[in-house]
Design a protein around this ligand. Structure first.
Ligand SMILES: Nc1ncnc2c1ncn2[C@@H]1O[C@H](COP(=O)(O)OP(=O)(O)OP(=O)(O)O)[C@@H](O)[C@H]1O
Ligand SMILES: [Mg+2]
Length: 260
């Protein structure tokens, strides 16, 4: 997010460098077409007591910058595994994962952690807010990894909270918020470092229909107004209606996709 008190478009981040490609004017149309996520022939294998589990099996997938993608499929089909790989939380057993043109396998664990902090915002089903911290403090937490003054951290956190419609709840702790508000704090936290990529694993799974709808509208706005690339894992076909592309996984294989 830019240093000012509002969330700005992602091409002018001051803190985070974001995940922008250099786009000199003559190259801009080419750069705009370049995928932000390039998954090439990726397989993930777990071995447990002699048995082999293969949650992803030779998956190839490209996602363009600025897309809003819903990743669907039955329980155990590999959705979270795929999300974790493209967000740099896990590494493939074989194949390549490139994000923003960078082959994540080339990064050490420490570099990968740093890269994640700068480039990916995470939203989880269970919000994962720290109960003893206020909304503002929860959002400020990832900003402590950035070279920012305390005042700048506060300004960023407040801007992110205003962006998700919680300007009047900044001093509330999670227990003093509704589920929908908690998830919006979590989204503000994910946005705080102005990542280009926002990944969400069943973000509406614990919400009632109205709160889920608000969270999805917010994600749609982040995609359309701020150009965030959003990848959302869901079981809910209604959730997928907000996305412009639906991907379906079955037993670790991409089976089908639909574009709107
Ligand atoms: N760390 C692990 N060790 C062993 N097996 C694992 C591990 N993580 C996931 N699996 C297995 O990989 C498969 C895919 O898991 P994954 O969590 O990606 O499914 P999912 O599509 O997200 O399911 P859900 O909709 O229930 O969240 C499952 O069979 C799971 O048991
Ligand atoms: Mg899952």
């Amino acid at each position: 997010m830019p240093t000012g008190a509002t969330i700005g478009p992602p091409h002018v981040p001051e803190v985070g460098r974001g995940c922008q490609y250099p786009t000199p004017s003559i190259l801009a149309p080419v750069a705009a077409l370049r995928p932000i996520v390039e998954i090439e022939d990726v397989t993930r294998i777990y071995r447990k007591g002699g048995a082999e589990i293969r949650p992803l099996d030779h998956v190839t997938l490209h996602i363009e910058a600025g897309e809003f993608v819903a990743l669907m499929g039955p329980s155990g089909s590999g959705k979270t595994t795929l999300l974790n790989l493209l967000a740099g939380l896990d590494r493939p057993s074989s194949g390549t994962v490139r994000v923003c043109g960078l082959d994540l396998a080339k990064l050490s664990a420490r570099e990968l952690a740093r890269w994640r902090a700068d480039h990916v915002g995470f939203v989880f089903q269970s919000f994962n807010l720290l109960p003893v911290l206020t909304a503002r403090q929860n959002v400020e937490l990832p900003l402590t990894l950035q070279p920012l003054s305390r005042a700048a951290r506060r300004a960023h956190a407040e801007a992110a909270l205003r962006c998700v419609g919680l300007g009047d709840r900044m001093d509330h702790r999670p227990a003093e918020l509704s589920g929908g508000q908690e998830q919006r704090v979590a989204i503000a936290r994910a946005l705080a470092c102005d990542p280009q990529l926002l990944v969400a694993d069943e973000p509406t799974g614990d919400l009632d229909a109205a709160a889920a709808h608000d969270v999805l509208l917010l994600m749609k706005r982040l995609n359309e107004e701020f150009g965030k690339t959003i990848i959302i894992v869901t079981h809910d076909p209604h959730v997928a209606e907000f996305a412009r592309r639906e991907l379906h996984l079955e037993k670790g294989v991409l089976q089908m996709e639909r574009r709107r």
